[in-house]
Design a protein around this ligand. Structure first.
Ligand SMILES: Cc1cc2nc3c(=O)[nH]c(=O)nc-3n(C[C@H](O)[C@H](O)[C@H](O)COP(=O)(O)O)c2cc1C
Length: 254
């Protein structure tokens, strides 16, 4: 059964350092799993121009021709993606941020429903929780189901510290594998339902500029896929989303 599991690990560290070492350890711990480590530093990923073309006209209109789609393809082919970044200045690394920006059209048009994910960060003292929170919140918008993250302190590299970190990372990894095997269904959260309503509304009012979003949301009713949402929940979600949309309309009308 494990043979068929595929994991893509995206590493936002600029070198094969502490973060990579944890990923390598996880890969070695279950050799029967097809575990691919994608080092962003060793791939061709250009800086986002901020031209909005991917968001408005479709991702295929991005002016860059580089490895962005190769990475997305690996994520699509995998059962789960591990988003790994060292904590630099209490946040994700610049490389990981570049990846986030280059793929942010998927916050508008998420495609990873039914796929699992885990955030992982190493830090010297504090901030790995902030990094993992950002990774989880951002990539949840792409449709992933996240399992609890791995937040590690790599300070002194003593035997005890290394052993503790390995145990913690392994525990989380086992949970990720279990979630994949169980095909755990995770209901969308309130926030995800609200986001859906906001993005769908924007796609309608912005349809002349945002052709790609408009087309994407045309056949979507209550959520990105067919689900039953109780009437009371739908009403509350629509009310909250409506308030947010009203604020946005006011802000963009002047
Ligand atoms: C530029 C830079 C900024 C850093 N900022 C933090 C920080 O804010 N908090 C922290 O605990 N460690 C910080 N560190 C330490 C790293 O998070 C830690 O050494 C991490 O394990 C490095 O992973 P890497 O080897 O994959 O780069 C920083 C390191 C660098 C190089």
């Amino acid at each position: 059964m494990d043979k068929s599991i595929k994991i893509a690990a995206i590493c936002g560290s600029p070198h094969r350092g502490n973060t990579y070492e944890i990923l390598r350890m996880l890969k070695q711990s279950n050799p029967e799993i097809d575990f691919k480590i994608l080092m962003l530093s060793e791939l061709d990923l250009k800086d986002c121009f901020g031209c909005y073309s991917c968001i408005n006209n479709g991702e295929d209109t991005c002016p860059h021709k580089d490895d962005r789609d190769l990475i997305i393809e690996e994520m699509k082919n995998a059962d789960a993606t591990i988003f790994a970044s060292p904590t630099y200045a209490r946040a994700i690394s610049a490389l990981m941020k570049k990846f986030v920006e280059r793929t942010s059209f998927m916050a508008h048009r998420p495609i990873f429903f039914g796929k699992y994910a885990m955030a992982l960060s190493t830090c010297g003292g504090f901030g790995a929780d902030l990094t993992c929170k950002y990774l989880t919140e951002n990539f949840t918008q792409y449709g992933f189901n996240f399992v609890p993250s791995v937040e590690l302190m790599v300070a002194r590299k003593t035997e005890n510290e290394t052993a503790r970190n390995r145990i913690q990372a392994r525990k989380a990894y086992v949970k990720l594998i279990s979630a994949i095997k169980a095909e755990e269904k995770i209901e969308p959260t309130f926030a995800q339902l609200v986001y859906f309503n906001i993005f769908k509304s924007i796609s309608e009012w912005n349809k002349l500029k945002g052709r790609a979003d408009y087309e994407f949301y045309q056949d979507k009713k209550d959520y990105y896929y067919d689900i039953q949402i109780p009437f009371w929940k739908k009403s509350i979600v629509k009310w909250i989303a409506g308030k947010e949309i009203k604020k946005m309309k006011v802000n963009t009308s002047t």
